[in-house]
Design a protein around this ligand. Sequence first.
Ligand code: GTP
Length: 147
Amino acid sequence: QTKVGKTSLIMSLVSEEFPDVVPYKVEEITIPADVTPERVPTHIVDYSEAEQTDEQLYQEISKASVICIVYSVNNKKVPLILVGNKSDLVEHSCMDTILPIMNKYIEIETCVECSAKSLKNISELFYYAQKAVLHPTGPLYCLDQKE
Ligand code: GTP
């Protein structure tokens, strides 16, 4: 996402103060092992949609050991639907692993297991997507707001 504070987080880590002026993107840096809690050197790579292409993003993602997805907590929340595709490849439902994730993130409106191959739950998936927009449940549970 753009303007959520990715660059600011890296700069704040390095300089231990919030930067007034933020470039689109900071240069790659390596935090030496001896100053990290787990004693591993940590190479940090920023990303800027303004300066980089999707192709560059995919290349960086393929090289990464871990990806931090940053969002801004004061942003309008778009409802999310978790779509577990390829359900034809497993015998059982994986809903048990998904439910705790759903309960944790109110942005997740619903989850559905489907299979493009066996044509299972496909129209349901798009129906849930429409329903999430037309009748979002998120605001009903919003904990930040008192009323
Ligand atoms: P892109 O250039 O789109 O990649 O942006 P980015 O995700 O790197 O965000 P950036 O660090 O440029 O910050 C965007 C704006 O959010 C700037 O005006 C920051 O000062 C502000 N900002 C970043 N972090 C925080 C924060 O923790 N709190 C507040 N209030 N503002 C922040």
